[in-house]
Design a protein around this ligand. Sequence first.
Ligand SMILES: [Zn+2]
Length: 253
Amino acid sequence: MTDAGKALPVSRRPSPNHGERRTGPTDILLLHYTGMADAEQALDRLCDPQSGVSSHYFVHEDGTILQLVEEERRAWHAGMSSWAGETDINSRSIGIEIANPGHAAMAEDNRLPPYPDLQIDAVIALCRTLVQEHAIPKQRILAHSDVAPARKSDPGEAFPWARLAGAGIGHWADPKPPQGGRFLSAGDAGQPVEALQTMLRYYGYGIEISGHFDEPTKHVVTAFQRHFRQQHVDGVADASTIQTLHDLISTLP
Ligand SMILES: [Zn+2]
């Protein structure tokens, strides 16, 4: 088996939910949170033949890593999704489920449940191994919300992408602090909206270039912020959001 278990302590918990990969190469890492209060329940679901969902790897809060599906097989975690023109993300990706209750467990002060350091250490080690093994480009280490912005918000804006980037995992540009300035939001139309959509699409997001700041555009801007400008996630393309997007595009490998 040509899997990360050769390089890392990984236990097996086989899921029956997988099939043949239909396209290739395997060059996306897709990160998720489980969105459930109980990690064991989430794991049971990913291994339940009735659920129709799975992932290749599962990372517990204490950093324990489990492998559910062999990397050469197509696991079922992305659903309807799109990135850089590809819509069969399951065929192109390795899916990692990270135990975290997510937005459903948001506290009254709007705080999301944090990811423990031990867990993130394990995610970094796992990603590093997979990136090396499959030669996955930095800019293709993605959030589920990046590839399915209208449906998904995981792993969420509490996920420490900056820490991963500091460890060499993923594409990153330090976001400018949000401070107002000229911005675009729902209902706006015209050339500046078209330019924003063009940049988002160029980066990889599945977005129509319509010149109208419609609901799908708001979802994509929100997804972008969850990943790259986490301080303020509101679906409004303010100066900081646009500058951060610009910085990412100009540093694409
Ligand atoms: Zn997900």
